[in-house]
Design a protein around this ligand. Sequence first.
Ligand SMILES: [Zn+2]
Length: 86
Amino acid sequence: MIDIITDNAEILRSLEKLSYQGPLSRTLKCAKCECEALIMMIIDDEDGEISQQRPDNVRIWPHDAMVIALYMCPECGEITVDWNQA
Ligand SMILES: [Zn+2]
């Protein structure tokens, strides 16, 4: 199952709960302008449905379960992504 979390209170509860290799951050440096981007969505791929789509010829790809966090920059609108695998 893939769980998409967009409710702010649930996102805050999930920062620690959905951390496989370390806690997700509430903010992340924007990839475009280096302002602080704010977390806006967490995708929990607990059954590996996304990671099972792995192509054969890639070097880096998550395996098993993973979490994807999307952050939006309040200054420029850029989306920055972080991910964490089990
Ligand atoms: Zn930005």
